[in-house]
Each structure stands twice: as structure tokens, then as C-alpha cells.
Design a protein around this ligand. Structure first.
Ligand SMILES: NC(=O)c1ccc[n+]([C@@H]2O[C@H](COP(=O)([O-])OP(=O)(O)OC[C@H]3O[C@@H](n4cnc5c(N)ncnc54)[C@H](O)[C@@H]3O)[C@@H](O)[C@H]2O)c1
Length: 348
């Protein structure tokens, strides 16, 4: 059983994490920290967390804390991740690992130097539909994969967008690409198990303009992966969509096609053999997501600490997801295709 101390008790903590931490075997939520005293008191009262801190330095001095979970806006990850590692705590940092590759490298390096484990919060890898897609690819059910597409597009009301400054400011890692598209860059990398080689992207502020908004509201990126695979990523926070309609994954192999709606749980597989397309060749399976992805990632992280094995999502994997996103930004800003690894000039 490892004692967790959580720094930052905002939306992700309440919506995704607190119940998962309570259910994950091997995890004890011992302490929470937030600079917002009212929020901290409300969380403490609602979830009966034994210890509370308004200053994260005090949480880091708590000798009973073994794992620090960093749930802060992404531009604040670096400093606290480094101090957590220096205090000898294992680090679970929310996605994206950071807002710059330099910060991400510092976090990875500091955890390595201090002999602590690092896990990046790409828990979507553990959604049942994503696990099934990965299993099908690896079993060769779709044949040789040549194209993948990840789409995460919906509408964010202006009032909601402006409710948190880090959501709409570029320097804070706001924008659909950094806020949720980075889950999809991770999904593409995870599903294919291949390195991205280059990217070309287009983006713009078509709808959410003015009022201090400095982030894209739409971005389309085209990746080339090793293994002769094309990947496409599309993100938007200004596209009107029905519930779940704007989030899906498509995987094309030389034997068949898989389309799925990861959060909804519908997976359509079309494997025609040598026949022309016929009605009825398409099989639809329903895998209702069990909502336990956050539990799985923490149970796996705790095991990796206890058994001294690789964490479920390593710092290096979080780095690739971020690098794919930053490469897309650089391409869209310069109008050029950009190669990986990114050069210094491109944010590398
Ligand atoms: N894994 C996922 O699916 C997922 C989903 C949503 C958000 N996230 C990520 O989680 C992170 C947090 O997002 P959020 O939506 O919870 O943000 P939020 O703005 O709702 O909450 C951040 C909290 O941190 C607190 N805080 C700020 N500075 C602090 C400090 N120095 N010490 C202690 N507390 C401090 C704030 O008071 C606030 O309560 C981001 O990196 C975000 O991208 C991940």
C-alpha cells in the first residue's frame, strides 16, 4: 500500500481521480494540497482525506507520502515535479507532462537522478475500447496497418472557455491540442507502437477570437510514422457535434478497417476477405467502457514501484505525446513539414 499526496484539487481530481484513488488497490489517499483554502476544505470534508496542506512544500516534507500526484495546469508541472523527485517521492504527473520539451526532459532527468518512478497521466490507454483496438492490431486482425485517424472535436461555450485562464492562453498550454489532443497523439503512438517521423499541420482561430484567447480553436495534423503509416489528428473546440459524435478513431489495415468511439464503446470492424464490400460484412461489437481506466493506471503504477518495473506510461512516452503536439504547432506556425526529433528552433 502506497500513500498518495495530491497537489491540485481542481476539476480532474474531482471528476476523474478521487473515486479511482479510493478504489485502486494498493493506493491510500493520505493528503491533498491546494492553494485555494475553500476548495481544500470542501474536498477534505466531502472525501474525508486525513491530511490537508495549502503549501505544497509542507506536503513534500510529509515523510509518510510516497507518491505525489501533480494535478496542476501543465505550465506548473515542472517546478513541483522536480521538487517532488528531490524530496524522494515517486511522481504521477497529469498530461501533458509539461508545456515545453525542455521542461519535460528536466522532469524525466530529475526523477532518474533521484531514483524515483515517473508516470504520466495518459490513462486513456487503459479504456477498454483502446485496449481492444491495441489487441486487434497486435493480433494482426486488420492486417498491415497503413493509416490511422484520431478525431476529438466538439464545442466549448465561450463562457466555459474563459472560465480558466490556462485553457485559453498559449503560454499556459491551453488550446484543444494541448488540453485533449495530446491524449490522441499518445493514442496514435500507443496503438501503432511506432515512432513519428514528421508532421504537417494547419490550425487557426476561426471562432474563439478576442477576449485574450491566444490558442487555436481547430487544428489538423498529418503525421508520417515509421513502418510506412500515415496518421491524422483533428481537434477542435468550436465544432458543433452531438454527444460523442466528435470523438472517434479509425484504423485501416490491408485486411480490414476498425472504427470506434472510445468513450461510447461502439466498435465497428469490417473485414471483407477477398470479396467486394457486401452488406453484412461489417461486424459491430459493443464494448461498454467500464470507466476503470484511472484505477488501472494507478494500480499498475503502484505495482511498478513495488516491483521496480517500468511504469504504465513512462516519462519518455509522455515526451513523445508532447513532442508530436509541439511539432504540429511549429508546422502550423511556419507552414512547413517538421521532422522528429524536433530541433531547438522547433521547440526541441
Ligand atoms: N487525464 C485526463 O483525462 C485529464 C483531464 C482533465 C485535465 N487533465 C490535466 O490535469 C491537470 C489539472 O487540470 P484541472 O482541470 O484539474 O485544472 P484546474 O484548474 O481545475 O485545477 C487546478 C487546481 O490546482 C490548484 N493550484 C494551482 N496552483 C497550485 C499550487 N501551487 N499548489 C497547490 N494547488 C495549486 C488550483 O487552486 C486548482 O484547484 C492539467 O494538466 C490538465 O491538462 C487531465
Amino acid at each position: 500500500m502506497l500513500n498518495y499526496g495530491v497537489i491540485g484539487c481542481g476539476a480532474v481530481f474531482e471528476v476523474f481521480q478521487v473515486n479511482a484513488l479510493a478504489q485502486a488497490s494498493g493506493v491510500k489517499l493520505l493528503a491533498v494540497c491546494d492553494i485555494n483554502q475553500d476548495r481544500l476544505s470542501a474536498i477534505q470534508k466531502k472525501y474525508q482525506v486525513p491530511r490537508t496542506y495549502t503549501d505544497y512544500h509542507a506536503l513534500l516534507q510529509d515523510k509518510d507520502i510516497e507518491v505525489v500526484m501533480i494535478n496542476l495546469p501543465q505550465h506548473l508541472h515542472r517546478e513541483i515535479a522536480l521538487k517532488s523527485a528531490q524530496a524522494g517521492k515517486h511522481v504521477y504527473v497529469e498530461k501533458p507532462i509539461a508545456t515545453t520539451l525542455k521542461d519535460a526532459r528536466d522532469i524525466i532527468e530529475s526523477c532518474r537522478e533521484n531514483g524515483v518512478k515517473l508516470c504520466v497521466g495518459h490513462q486513456r490507454r487503459f479504456i477498454t475500447t483502446e485496449l481492444k483496438a491495441k489487441e486487434m492490431i497486435e493480433a494482426g486482425e486488420l492486417g498491415k496497418i497503413f493509416k490511422v485517424r484520431a478525431v476529438a472535436c466538439w464545442f466549448e461555450a465561450r463562457k466555459s472557455l474563459l472560465s480558466k485562464d490556462w485553457w485559453y492562453k498559449k503560454e499556459c498550454g491551453g488550446g484543444p491540442l494541448m488540453r485533449w489532443g495530446v491524449h490522441k497523439t499518445d493514442t496514435l503512438h500507443f496503438l501503432l507502437g511506432k515512432k513519428p517521423l514528421r508532421v504537417y499541420a494547419e490550425m487557426g482561430q476561426f471562432v474563439h477570437q478576442g477576449g485574450g484567447v491566444t490558442v487555436e480553436d481547430n487544428l489538423l495534423a498529418l503525421y508520417r510514422f515509421e513502418g510506412d503509416i500515415i496518421g491524422e489528428l483533428e481537434v477542435s473546440n468550436s465544432q458543433h457535434e452531438w454527444k460523442f459524435g466528435g470523438e472517434y478513431i479509425e484504423i485501416f489495415g490491408d485486411k480490414g478497417t476498425l472504427r470506434y468511439w472510445p468513450s461510447e464503446g461502439i466498435m465497428r470492424i469490417y473485414i471483407p476477405g477477398n470479396k467486394d464490400p457486401l452488406p453484412g460484412c461489417e461486424e459491430t461489437i459493443e464494448i461498454i467502457p467500464d470507466g476503470k481506466e484511472m484505477i488501472r493506471i494507478h494500480e499498475s503504477f503502484v505495482k511498478s514501484i513495488e516491483k521496480n518495473t517500468s511504469p504504465p506510461v513512462t516519462g519518455e512516452e509522455g515526451y513523445v505525446a508532447l513532442e508530436m503536439a509541439l511539432g504540429a504547432y511549429y508546422s502550423a506556425e511556419t507552414g512547413k513539414a517538421v521532422r522528429f526529433p524536433l530541433t531547438n528552433e522547433a521547440g526541441g
